[in-house]
Write a protein that binds this ligand. Sequence first.
Ligand code: ATP
Ligand code: MG
Length: 546
Amino acid sequence: MAEPLKEATNFIEQIINEDIESGKVTEIQTRFPPEPNGYLHIGHVKSMLVNFGTAQKYGGKCNLFFDDTNPSKEKTEFVDAIRRDIHWIGYDWAKEVYASDFFDTIYAYAERLITEGKAFVDDLSPEEISATRGTLTQPGTESPYKNRSAEENLKLFREMRAGKYADGEKCLRAKIDMASPNMNMRDPVIYRILHCTHHRTGDKWCIYPMYDYAHPICDYLQGVTHSLCTLEFEDHRPLYDWVGIQLGFSPKPRQIEFARLAVTNTVMSKRYLKKLVEDNFVHGWDDPRMPTIAGLRNRGVPPEALLSFCEKAGIVKANSVCESGYLESCIRDNLNENAERAMAVISPLKVVLTNYEGEEELEFPRHPLKEELGVRKTAFSNELYIDESDFSLDPPPKYQRLKQGGYVRLKNAYIIRCDEVITDSDGKVKELRCTYVPESRSSHDTSGIKVKGTIQWVNAKTGVDAEIRRYGYLLKDAAYPGQDFSERMNEQSETIFYGKAEPYLAEAKDDTAFQLMRVGYFKKCTDEHGRLVLSEIVSLKDNYNK
Ligand code: ATP
Ligand code: MG
C-alpha cells in the first residue's frame, strides 16, 4: 500500500504531492546548488531549508551541487567554507557533486545538439550578440552564422575545444527563436571560450558551458526530481525545459522557483559582500556584522535561530523584504531561552559603600526561566561599579535610576542610596559615595523601602576588564531606487567600550552566549592577548512589532 501523502505546508510541497499522486515521482531528489565564488549568506539558509528540508520531509535525498562553471571567480577556499557552513547549519548531503564532474557529458551533449542541427558556432563577438538580441518589444536578428552546416559547426566546436581560438572569438549558441518574447530563448549562448585554469579541472578545458545549459543536464545526471531555485530563474525555465526536451531526458527534472530572502539594513548578494570585504569596510567574510553564515556564526547567533527565521519568513512565490528586526527577534527568542544571565557594565562608574564592611557571596539565579539550573555565587563588597548611564546628576522628572539623595536596587543585592557625588576638576562624575540598606537584600528584603529602579553592577575587587563590542547595521536605511548601496553604509556599525565584568564571564568557555543584564546578548571570547572580550550578538531591545 502506498504511504499516505505528507501534509503540504507550502506551494512546493503541494506540487510534489501532485507529482507523487500522479505517479510521476516516487523518491524525491533535490540539490543545494551554490556557486563556489564566495561565502554563503543567510539567503542560502533559506535555500538549504527548501532543498535539504523538503528532501528530509519526504524521506528523499539532497545533494550538495557545486555549480563551478565560472572558473575565473571560483576557488577551493570557497568550496571548503561552503561545506563547513552547511554542516554548521545542521544539514548533510547525500552526494557531493560538481558541475565539472560532468564536463565530458555536457560537452558530448553539445556535439549531439550540433549534429542534430540544434546548435551552431557563432563568430559574433559577445558585444555583437548582445546588440542583436533585440529588446522586450523588438525581436532580435539572426546571426549570419546560424546556417552553417552541422559538419562545419562540429569542426569549429572541436577547434574551440582544442584551443584554436581566443576568448570571445567564437561561441556555441542554441538554435531556438530570435523572435521569442522571452529573451533567454533568443539563441542563447551555451558554450563560451575561456582560457582560464579551473580549480578542479585545471587546464583541461578552455571552453566552459553556460549555467542555463549545464544546469538542467547536471540536475538530470544526478537524478534530481525537483530543481528548487529562486524567482530570478523563472524566465529561464523555458530554456531549462528546452534542454531537457532536446536531449530526451526522462524523467525530466522539474524546476520550481521560490522567493529570495531579503533583509533590510544589509546587503545579501555574494558580489556585494565581496566588495565590503575587499574595500575593508568589514574585517573579513566572517566579520560579525556580515549576513554571511560565517559572520553570523562568529557573531554568536545559534543556527537554530537562523532556521527558525527562514521558516517563519515562509516559502512563498512572491518576493518581499524581511525587517532586520524580525531576524533579531528570532535570535533573541532563542537566546532568552538558552543564555545564562550575568552582569557587566559598559562604562564603569565607581561606587563606594561607606557603611559596608567585609565581603560576602550573593546568590544569583543562572536563568530566571529555568529554576532547575539553580544559582551561582557572586561576590559583593564595599567597592562596586555601576554603569555611568544609570546615574544622573541632573535627572529628569520620575527618573528611576540613581541620583543624588535617591535610592536604587542593585540587581540580586541591596538597595543603595547616593549620599555624595565626587567630581573631577571638569565637573565629570568620578565616584559615588553611597550607603547600603542592610535589611534590603534581594528575596530577604524587610526594609520597607520602595524603589522603582534596579541596575546591574560589578564588584570592583573581583571584577575583570572587558572589551565590549557593540554592533549596528551595515546599512543605514532603506534603499531608494537606483541607489548604490555604498552610499548607505553605516560608518558607525562597530563601537568598542572598555568595561568591567563579573569574573564568572572570564572563566566561561569561549563562544558561550550570555545575557548581560539590561545590556543585551553577548558572546564571550578571548583576544590574542588572553583578555576578555564580550561581543554583542543582539541587543535586548525589541523594536520589532510582532
Ligand atoms: P548571490 O547573488 O549571493 O551570489 P546566487 O543566487 O548567485 O547568490 P548561488 O551560490 O548561485 O548564489 O546560490 C545557491 C542557491 O541559493 C541558488 O539556488 C540560489 O537561488 C539560492 N539563493 C541565493 N540567494 C538566495 C536568497 N537570498 N534567498 C533564497 N535563496 C537564495
Ligand atoms: Mg551567483
